[in-house]
Design a protein around this ligand. Structure first.
Ligand code: LFR
Length: 500
């Protein structure tokens, strides 16, 4: 069986990377061969992704993968692509790109959920799709875009990882896990929801046929081989093309009683289920049923995530007060906890700009102390995130009936010891942190299984991750009831004994 190397292309909202994965002696070794920035570009008032720039990064990454020693001897076994969700490109009948994809943080989706609900009430939409009401969802973006000339000229719609895959292979498909972020998939049938598309007058034939993680997705085109100095036939394999789907595969859990938090720009906190939860209660709790690898459902809540901190850092830098992250986290750890918390799921934090000011404003509005410096602001952000993690983990347990013994934190936030400890404290549960590159592990392992290098269910793949990485454990500390009080404060519950 082929043991690799496998190239995992993982595109995130702030950077992309190409990792090379190799299976050896029951372990996976991952090597980052190329990393490149992903900088959105505002053009005439619309925020875009520089998708050709990203593709350039992918090509450079594949060339670097080809240059690695393992590839020189064995050739590249396959390529898999995952990215952030919801965003898409429109192509004309010839397959040419009609414009740069618009960024989900662009303001065009403002008011779109309400627009959709005029024709399809929220409860009905949820019963069909089980997707959390977030303005960024493809459905709302399509509602905003549909009257444009570009949309009317479009004959194909490709989600970002499927677009990269198309450029590499010439073959168009729609991978299922990323398709589920559109809010146009029925999680029970794992197929497009005709009732939703019909109600909104959306033509589902814009989407190329669905394919599942593990399916073959073509081979690198001769022009791509030439550009990347790769030789031979290099298959592209559909993986969990949604980065969060790949990250959940890469959760090093043992047994079934776990929650996961995939942290990065976003925090995606929830559980893995065999079937969706489409109850009215679940809708009210704003839980989403995105699709996972191997027929699973990712039952989770989208939380604003480390975006809050990234945007603060950007603002401080722009104001001529750049902060060094490690030192900032150290000072934040010394700030007394839970003085002020904000709703880390709040749509008010979605768009870029002025984050410290917006956080201060949210604290002032809710009658809490306003953070006075970067350390206090950072503590407020991390306390708020930990609290949001707790609420999501507890709600996931309550709404799905799934037992939770351990919380796994994967992705960039697994590096942030303060966030991991606060999350353990807030949940009153042990936290296992790592790997940071969970999405790349998940991406590589699904390719490896298709190639026959590994076999078995997700639990077997997770076992391989466990034996490949060093994990950090955080035991819950502190007075757990303080978190309950903070949660009540955020909900606006009157304090015990009446309002002060
Ligand atoms: C994480 C992620 C989330 C999705 C957000 C926007 O990278 O994919 O799952 O909600 O980005 O697409």
């Amino acid at each position: 069986a082929v043991r690799g190397p496998f190239a995992a292309v993982d595109l995130g909202a702030s950077s992309g990377r190409v990792m090379l994965g190799l299976l050896q002696d029951g372990r996976v070794t991952l090597e980052e061969v190329h990393r490149f920035a992903n900088r959105p570009v505002p053009v005439l008032g619309t925020l875009h992704w520089d998708v050709l720039g990203l593709y350039r990064g992918v090509l450079d990454g594949l060339r670097a993968a080809g240059g690695a020693a393992e590839t020189a001897t064995a050739g590249l076994a396959s390529v898999g692509i995952d990215s952030w969700g919801v965003d898409f490109a429109l192509l004309d009948a010839d397959g040419a790109l009609l414009g740069n994809p618009v960024h989900y943080r662009d303001a065009r989706t403002q008011g779109m959920p309400a627009e959709v609900e005029k024709v399809l009430p929220a409860a009905e939409l949820y019963a069909h799709t089980g997707i959390q009401r977030m303005p960024i969802n493809t459905l709302y973006q399509l509602t905003a875009a549909r009257s444009s000339r570009q949309f009317r000229a479009a004959r194909h719609l490709l989600l970002v990882p499927d677009l990269i895959s198309y450029w590499l292979t010439g073959q168009r498909g729609t991978e299922l896990t990323i398709a589920s972020t559109t809010q146009l998939i029925d999680p029970r049938t794992r197929d497009w929801s005709a009732p939703v598309a019909d109600a909104l007058g959306l033509d589902l034939s814009l989407f190329p046929p669905l394919r599942s993680p593990g399916d073959p997705a073509g081979e690198l085109l001769p022009g791509v081989l030439a550009e990347t100095d790769l030789a031979g036939r290099v298959p592209v394999t559909a993986v969990g093309a949604h980065d969060t789907a790949s990250a959940v595969v890469g959760v090093p859990a043992q047994g079934g009683g776990f929650a996961y938090i995939a942290t990065g720009t976003w925090s995606l906190a929830g559980v893995e289920l065999a079937s969706p939860v489409l109850t009215e209660e679940s809708r009210a709790a704003n839980f989403t049923n995105e699709l996972g690898v191997d027929g699973t459902v990712r039952y989770l809540r989208n939380i604003m995530g480390l975006w809050l901190l990234q945007e603060c850092l950007r603002a401080w830098e722009a104001e001529g007060e750049p902060q060094e992250l490690a030192a900032l986290l150290e000072s934040a750890a010394r700030v007394p906890g839970l003085r002020s918390v904000v709703d880390a799921g709040g749509a008010e934090f979605l768009e870029p700009g002025h984050m410290p000011r917006r956080i201060a404003e949210a604290c002032r509005r809710s009658g809490q102390p306003v953070p006075r410096d970067p350390a206090e602001t950072t503590r407020c952000v991390l306390d708020s995130l930990a609290l949001a993690h707790r609420e999501a983990v507890f709600d996931a347990r309550r709404l799905s009936g799934q037992e939770i013994e351990t919380v796994h934190i994967v992705g960039g936030g697994a590096r942030n010891a303060l966030l991991c400890q606060l999350t353990a404290d807030a949940c009153g549960l042990p936290v296992v942190a790592g790997p940071v590159e969970a999405a790349a592990y998940g991406n590589v392992l699904v390719q490896a299984r298709t190639a026959g290098a590994v076999s078995g269910p997700l639990s077997a793949l997770r076992g391989l991750v466990r034996s490949s990485v060093r994990l950090r454990q955080y035991a819950p500390t502190g007075d757990h009831s303080l978190w309950e009080q903070a949660a009540a404060r955020l909900r606006g519950d009157p304090p015990p004994g009446g309002r002060q």
